[in-house]
Ligand binder design. Structure first.
Ligand code: NAD
Length: 440
C-alpha cells in the first residue's frame, strides 16, 4: 500500500519535549488540567512571562445559570448551565453548546480555551467560548429540549450575540437546537439575527457543508499527515470512537475516499469488521436503532478494545480523556487523529509520543467545523450564500494551509504536532493582546 511504511513514518515522528512548566503542571487527567498543561508547554516554547501566561490562562467572562424546566408530566426540574468566553482578543467568542450529564464548569473552561487556540490555528477572527447544560438529552422529549434551550438562551442573553459570542452544535445538540437559540435571541431583539448561531438548518440561514465540515476537515488533515509520511489514504485502515456528528460523517468520508473503516463505537459499545464496514448500511442501521451495536455485518467489541486495534489511523471522536495513562500504552495505531476535543490527557500524550505514535491534535484535526461556521457567519452577515462546492474548496484550502503551518513549525523546532499547533494558536492571541495593549 505504501512507499514509506507506517512504522517508519511513526518512528520519524517528532517527540514532545518535557519542558519545566509541563512537568510542574502534569495533568491529573481532567480536561482543564490537560488544557492548562498544553498552554504551559506553549508558553515555555514561546518564552512568555508569568503575567502573560496568567492572562492566557484565565477566562475573560463566565456565566453560571439555573435553567428551570417544566417537564411534560407537570413537575419542575432545575438544570445547571454555563457559558464561558475564554478569550475575545481576536474577535467574538466562538464555540459550541453541549448537552451532556457530565457538563461542569471546569470542562466548559477547558473546551472554551481549546476553541481559542483552534481559531488561532486556522486563523479565524474569533476568540474561544463554550457553553453547556448538565442534561442527558436522551431522557427528554423534543418539547422539553426546546424549553431547556430557550430558557438557557434567555438566561445567557447578555453574553451572546453575532458580534460578541456565537454558538454552534456540540455533543448532544444539533441544527434544531441552534434554530431554537436563534429564534429565542431574534424574538428578544425584535428581528431575525441568523448570525447569532452557526450550524443551523439551511432553511434559516445555515451553510451548505456545515453538517459534515468537522469530519471533512478531519479527513483532509489525516490525508495530509499520511502524505507527509508517503502513505496514501486509500487502503489505510481506520478505527473511530464515537459515531455522532463527527465520527459518523468521518466514517462516511473515509470510506468514500478509499480508506477501510474496520471498527466504530458509540456509548453503547463497538463493532468490528476487518474486511471493512459497509458505512452506508451502518448509517441506516444507526438511524433505525440509535446505535452501532447490533449491526449484522460485524462482530461486537468494547470501546477499550477499539482503542487498542492494530490499525493505521485511530480517530477518537466522542469524549475527553479516553487516551490516558491506562489506555494510551495499548494504542497500536500509527496515527491518532483527534476528532473529539481533548481525547488525550497529558499522561496519555507522553505515552503515545514515547511509543512513536503521531498525534494530529484536536485544535487542528477537528477545526473544519469552526472553519465552515465562520463561512456560515460571513454568509449570514452579508446575506449571500455560497455553493456547496465553493464551501468544500475553501474548507480544504484552509485545512491544508493550517496543517502545513503546524507541520512546518513542528519540523523546524523539533516539536510534536500538538505543541506546534497550540504554540501557533497561543502566539496569534498573545500578539493581539500585545498590539492592543492593556486597558486602562
Ligand atoms: P454527538 O453527540 O453527535 O456524538 C457523540 C458520539 O460519541 C455518539 O456516538 C455517542 O454515543 C458517543 N459517545 C458518548 N459517550 C461515549 C463514551 N463514553 N464512549 C464511547 N462513545 C461515546 O457529538 P459530536 O458533535 O460528534 O461531538 C463529538 C466530539 O467532537 C466532542 O468532543 C465535540 O466537542 C467534538 N467536536 C464536535 C464538533 C462538531 O462540529 N460537532 C466540532 C469540533 C469538535
Amino acid at each position: 500500500m505504501t512507499t514509506t511504511s507506517a512504522t517508519e513514518a511513526a518512528e520519524a515522528a517528532p517527540v514532545a519535549p518535557t519542558t519545566p512548566a509541563r512537568t510542574a503542571l502534569r495533568a491529573t487527567g481532567s480536561a482543564l488540567d490537560t488544557a492548562h498543561a498544553q498552554l504551559a508547554a506553549a508558553v515555555d516554547i514561546l518564552g512568555y512571562d508569568d503575567g502573560l501566561h496568567t492572562m492566557l490562562r484565565m477566562p475573560r467572562r463566565e456565566m453560571h445559570v439555573a435553567v428551570p424546566l417544566r417537564r411534560d408530566d407537570g413537575t419542575t426540574e432545575v438544570l445547571h448551565g454555563f457559558r464561558v468566553q475564554h478569550n475575545v482578543s481576536l474577535g467574538p467568542g466562538k464555540g459550541g453548546l453541549r448537552y451532556h450529564p457530565n457538563v461542569e464548569i471546569d470542562e466548559v473552561r477547558a473546551l472554551a480555551m481549546w476553541m481559542t487556540w483552534k481559531c488561532g490555528v486556522v486563523n479565524l477572527p474569533y476568540g474561544g467560548a463554550k457553553g453547556g447544560v448538565a442534561i442527558d438529552p436522551r431522557g427528554y422529549s423534543a418539547g422539553e429540549l426546546e424549553r431547556v434551550t430557550r430558557r438557557y438562551t434567555s438566561e445567557i442573553m447578555p453574553m451572546i450575540g453575532p458580534d460578541n459570542d456565537i454558538m454552534a452544535p456540540d455533543m448532544g445538540t444539533d441544527a434544531q437546537t441552534m434554530a431554537w437559540v436563534m429564534d429565542t435571541y431574534s424574538v428578544a431583539k425584535g428581528y431575525t439575527i441568523p448570525a447569532v448561531v452557526t450550524g443551523k438548518p439551511l432553511a434559516v440561514g445555515g451553510s451548505l457543508g456545515r453538517g459534515t465540515a468537522t469530519s471533512a476537515g478531519l479527513v483532509h488533515v489525516t490525508a495530509a499527515a499520511l502524505a507527509d509520511a508517503g502513505v496514501p489514504l486509500e487502503g489505510t485502515t481506520v478505527a473511530i470512537q464515537g459515531f455522532g456528528k463527527v465520527g459518523g460523517h468521518a466514517a462516511e468520508i473515509f470510506a468514500e475516499r478509499g480508506a477501510k473503516v474496520v471498527a466504530v463505537s458509540d456509548q453503547y459499545g463497538g463493532i468490528r469488521n476487518d474486511g471493512g464496514l459497509d458505512v452506508p448500511r451502518l448509517m441506516a442501521h444507526v438511524r433505525a436503532t440509535g446505535s452501532v451495536v447490533g449491526f449484522a455485518e460485524a462482530d461486537p467489541i468494547t470501546n477499550l478494545e477499539l482503542l487498542a486495534l492494530d490499525v493505521d489511523v485511530l480517530a477518537p471522536a466522542a469524549i475527553e480523556g479516553v487516551l490516558d495513562e491506562h489506555t494510551a500504552g495499548t494504542v497500536r495505531a500509527h496515527w491518532v487523529v483527534e476528532g473529539a476535543n481533548g481525547p488525550t490527557t497529558e499522561a496519555g500524550d507522553t505515552l503515545l509520543a514515547k511509543n512513536g505514535v503521531v498525534v494530529v491534535p484536536d485544535v487542528l484535526a477537528n477545526a473544519g467545523g469552526v472553519v465552515v461556521s465562520y463561512f456560515e457567519w460571513v454568509q449570514a452577515n452579508q446575506t449571500y450564500w455560497w455553493t456547496e462546492q465553493e464551501i468544500a474548496e475553501k474548507l480544504e484550502h484552509r485545512m491544508h494551509q493550517a496543517y502545513r503551518g503546524v507541520a512546518e513549525l513542528a519540523r523546524r523546532e523539533g516539536l510534536s504536532l500538538r505543541d506546534a499547533a497550540i504554540t501557533i494558536g497561543v502566539q496569534r492571541v498573545a500578539e493581539a493582546h500585545q498590539i492592543r495593549g492593556l486597558y486602562p
